[in-house]
Write a protein that binds this ligand. Structure first.
Ligand code: DSN
Length: 417
């Protein structure tokens, strides 16, 4: 029986979310629209199967098909990123990163990562995360004058603290990550270098951001951000020794049975990412982000680091006289979906910070280009200015109507295309 028949309430809510996603200009940089093929692979009978272990060595029978699917996903990951080993089983980014700790460090060991308020991820050793509680985290940030990672600080901290593990990458970094520089520092202090490319994996795959391969010892990524796959994650490595440690950490170290429906959808997404159109998409994501950033700058917005090299823009709204949360809420009501975010050296609290984080993967997947980015910046400016003046209702209503007219022209992959 169909979902609509069994559970009309949930079916209607899913339809409502479909409509919301189609009617919204989605600017959250970690989100995207997956293809119909990826969605289809996710909703299959593969969800019925347990497969603890790895291909050829499982703890359940009946793996004739699952082994082939997981092997295909692994081979496609290896080919796409040019690595020798890949593990496609981590449930998502945080478990993938935890597996790196389990593989290369012990509780109490010193580890190093970018502080959350500077753009790092919770799992890079932030205090509220298990990684900050169970390990001894040392954190680097960005320079106050440039908003960019301070590689001198990274080197000095690494020399002083001799971490076992160094993470590079994060969730709010608008600039290119210098993997060779991190690798040189990690080598000097004898640390394992982990590149968390969750945000930029699609750009790396499409050739729009330098690759960490050949520099980082291990690479973690989610599969659902710029890479445009299902919610999941992967770990990659070149050396047999690192790969063996990662595999053991994922299973049996941290996880039970892999989510086979996700593995199949990852395989589909990786096939899509190897196509020439994907490279064009990745480059357009960056071109769109630059166009959006330039227009925001021209309209007097203050961007952390002064712009962007990738898919992501971090706006400090202090100079606009409004905080991130009320701005994000008003923009959402106008059909422009963003997330409020801390900015480096933010004097405000994380739940009510000074910044807005935006990005261009979703709008690019819909086929929008630079002209639409300039229009989006204009709408953002109108709404934020109106919020600062304390009189935004009319502007929100008008902008929402204009946003709907725009979204109506751009099909949403997986939903209306
Ligand atoms: N939640 C992700 C993001 O939005 O960047 C990071 O895990």
């Amino acid at each position: 029986m169909s979902l609509a028949h069994v559970d009309p309430e949930i079916a209607e809510l899913i339809k409502a979310e479909e409509r919301r996603q189609a009617d919204t200009v989605k600017l959250i940089p970690s989100e995207n629209y997956v293809s119909k093929a990826v969605l289809e692979a996710t909703g299959t009978v593969l969800t019925n199967k347990y497969s603890e272990g790895y291909a050829g060595k499982r703890y359940y029978e009946g793996q004739q098909v699952i082994d082939q699917i997981e092997t295909l996903a692994i081979e496609r990951a290896k080919a796409l990123f040019g690595v020798r080993h890949a593990n496609v089983q981590p449930y998502s980014g945080s478990p993938a990163n935890l597996a790196i700790y389990m593989a290369f460090a012990s509780p109490g060991d010193t580890v190093m990562g970018m502080g959350l308020p500077f753009g790092g991820h919770l799992t890079h050793g932030w205090s509220v995360s298990a990684t900050g509680k169970w390990f001894n985290p040392v954190r680097y940030g960005v320079r106050r004058d440039t908003g960019r990672i301070d590689m001198d600080e990274v080197r000095d901290l690494a020399r002083e603290h001799r971490p076992k593990l160094i993470f590079c990458g994060g969730t709010a970094i608008p600039r290119t990550i210098d993997f060779p520089a991190f690798a040189e520092i990690a080598r000097e202090v004898g640390a394992v270098l982990a590149a968390d490319i969750a945000h930029i994996a699609g750009l790396v795959a499409g050739g729009a951001h330098p690759s960490p391969v050949g520099h980082a010892d291990v690479i973690s990524t989610t599969t659902h951000k710029t890479l445009r796959g299902p919610r999941g994650a992967m770990l990659m490595a070149d050396s047999d020794e690192h790969a063996t440690a990662l595999n053991k950490a994922v299973f049996p170290g941290l996880q039970g049975g892999p989510h086979n429906h996700t593995t199949a959808a990852i395989a589909v997404a990786l096939k899509e990412a190897a196509a020439p159109e994907f490279s064009a998409y990745a480059h357009q994501v960056v071109a769109n982000a630059k166009a959006l950033a330039d227009e925001l700058l021209a309209r007097g917005f203050d961007l952390v680091s002064g712009g962007t090299d990738n898919h992501l823009i971090l706006i400090d709204l202090t100079s606009k006289g409004v905080a991130g949360k009320p701005a994000a809420q008003a923009l959402d009501r106008a059909g422009l979906e963003t997330n409020y975010n801390t900015v480096p050296f933010d004097p405000r609290k994380p739940f009510d910070p000074s910044g807005l984080r935006i990005g261009t993967p979703s709008v690019t997947s819909r086929g929008m280009g630079e002209a639409e980015m300039r229009q989006i910046a204009a709408w953002m400016d109108e709404v934020v200015t109106a919020v600062a003046k304390g009189d935004a209702e009319d502007v929100i209503t008008r902008v929402h109507a204009e946003v709907s007219a725009l979204t109506g022209k751009y099909p949403t992959p997986g939903l209306t295309a």
